[in-house]
Design a protein around this ligand. Structure first.
Ligand code: SF4
Length: 497
């Protein structure tokens, strides 16, 4: 018995591999073009890169809108947490030994409340089991830390940078003191946030991102416009921003206030205007929208290092038709959206991992409550609560839900890679989706097919990979239009119904 596995050479081409030493005869729709080659075990490439998510579940206080897995504990046992994280990560990475890790993300909770030594120990485990790009070829592993703009956390930025964190995600959320304290329950002021942004850019130049939330009750379009402009003016060189509409999550204090009539949801037309304003102001500041809520800037020095060229920014970066990772976009989140595997460790963390032997993709769930998670890590070596094997259809539905959130959309080549891994699902995108709905959405201008040069399906371009970018392979791609992107969450269920 043989089965297909999939892999990447770190460039655009996808390699088809076999577990056994013979070549598979692929159906016509799966046959490689001249740029996609067949491989046997003798030349089997590494599996696609892996992303690692580490959850630190503690916060100083609880924000009103937050439904993450977080706890306030003034007496955190840092040594025990550290040991449990190391143990669980080692157990999870052992079957993935030798695989390349391109991104590590410390999220929470508030991981910047952890000791730098704890995060250093976690990174050491990743290094022990996996390969990390070193930066010699212009690409290095992305290691992101989430932080809040409190003085306690800002004082530790230098130490975090010293242990290998190279990207900072700052939760600014608002530049309005009343909204920060009363509505959102944040424990910092707007002035703290601007000060923290300055420090973040000092220690993580060209690698800082921040979040803002719009669509707050009572917020006018002009107020949002002003707030966003202020944030961007203070961070002229910020390479990345995440701008979210406020979501009202059941079970949160904010939702209870909504139910009690203390707040009213903003008018949908106002929200739509706020979204359009957001995209327009970001464009004015040189930030390109690459996902519904995420914007990245082209930084010439990074573009040159990623594209291995000198002189002006390669024109490829300026063509919206090109499917290309902007060097400053979040590599870690892009891994989720592109359907790559990720290991999630820590209380309540989720993961998606493809079994290297059976090719089955699996969801993993960790125990959410920290003491119970720690106890199981100590007895069993992991805090896994349950795993769920995904069937072929569920795997592809997830791929649709995430890929179409990105402007780059879903290339047929990526779809085929997943169908190849999921024996029994035949055909291309057109065969998989609801054909009638697809035609309607194409006709209404919400989705479009393009044949686009295909830069890199699995992450950043590596140095040299684009020296001959004019000769890149192309792929048919289904992607959202400017009109479709803001309503993509309501479109996808129609497509996969
Ligand atoms: S700091 Fe972040 S994780 Fe903690 S409560 Fe606030 S939003 Fe939630």
């Amino acid at each position: 018995m043989s089965w297909l596995r999939w892999g990447s050479n770190g460039r655009a081409a996808i390699r088809w591999t076999l577990v056994h030493d013979r070549t598979v005869r692929l159906p016509t729709w799966l046959r490689p073009t001249s740029l996609y080659r067949n491989y046997t075990t003798s030349s089997a490439p590494a599996r696609p890169p892996l992303a690692v998510y580490v959850h630190w579940p503690y916060c100083e206080s609880k924000c009103t809108y937050c439904d993450f897995n977080k706890y306030v504990d003034p007496a955190v046992d840092h040594e025990r947490m550290s040991q449990a994280l190391e143990t669980e990560l080692a157990t999870s990475l052992a079957p993935e030994r030798g695989r390349q890790v391109r991104s590590v993300y410390f999220g929470g909770g508030t991981p910047s409340l952890a000791r730098p030594a704890t995060l250093a120990r976690v990174l050491e485990v990743v290094r022990r089991y996996c390969q990390l790009p070193t930066g010699k070829d212009g690409e290095s592993v992305e290691v992101t830390l989430e932080a809040n703009p409190t003085s306690l956390e800002v004082a530790k930025l230098r130490d975090f940078q010293a242990i290998g964190i190279n990207r900072l995600s700052l939760g600014v959320q608002a530049l309005d003191d009343r909204a920060l304290s009363t509505l959102l329950g944040r424990n910092h002021s707007a002035a703290d946030a601007l000060r923290a942004l300055g420090q973040a850019q000092r220690w993580f130049p060209n690698r800082t991102t921040f979040d803002l939330i719009y669509g707050r009750p009572g917020q006018t379009l002009n107020e949002w416009r002003q707030e966003l402009r202020t944030a961007l003016a203070c961070t002229e060189t910020t390479p990345h921003v995440s701008l979210y509409e406020l979501t009202w999550k059941r079970g949160t204090p904010l939702y209870r206030d909504l139910e009690a009539g203390r707040y009213r949801r903003p008018d949908p037309d106002l929200l739509s205007d706020m979204y359009e304003t957001t995209v327009a102001i970001c464009a004015e500041h040189g930030l390109q929208q690459y996902e519904v809520s995420n914007f990245a800037r082209i930084i010439p020095s990074q573009a040159h290092s990623a594209f291995g060229s000198k002189g002006p920014v390669p024109p490829i970066l300026e063509l919206p038709e090109i499917l290309c990772s902007l060097p400053s976009q979040s590599l870690h989140n892009s891994a989720y959206w592109r359907g790559l595997d990720y290991i999630g460790v820590g209380p309540g963390a989720h993961g998606r991992i493809t079994d290297s032997v059976t090719g089955v993709r699996r969801r993993t769930y960790r125990i959410p409550h920290p003491p119970a998670w720690q106890a199981q890590c100590e007895t069993d070596g992991h805090g896994l609560r349950r795993t769920v094997d995904l069937g072929p259809r569920e795997t592809l539905e997830e791929l649709f839900m995430f890929s179409l959130r990105m402007r780059e959309g879903l290339p047929e080549t990526r779809f085929h890679r997943h169908t190849a891994a999921e024996a029994g699902v035949a055909g291309g995108i057109r065969q998989f989706v609801n054909g009638e709905q697809l035609e309607l959405l194409l006709a209404s201008g919400h989705l479009e097919w393009v044949e686009a040069p295909f830069v890199d399906d699995v992450g950043h371009c590596t140095s040299g990979s684009l020296r001959r970018w004019q000769e890149l392979p192309t792929s048919m791609v289904l992607r959202p239009t400017t009109k479709g992107l803001p309503v993509i969450d309501s479109i996808i269920p129609r497509l996969i119904a």
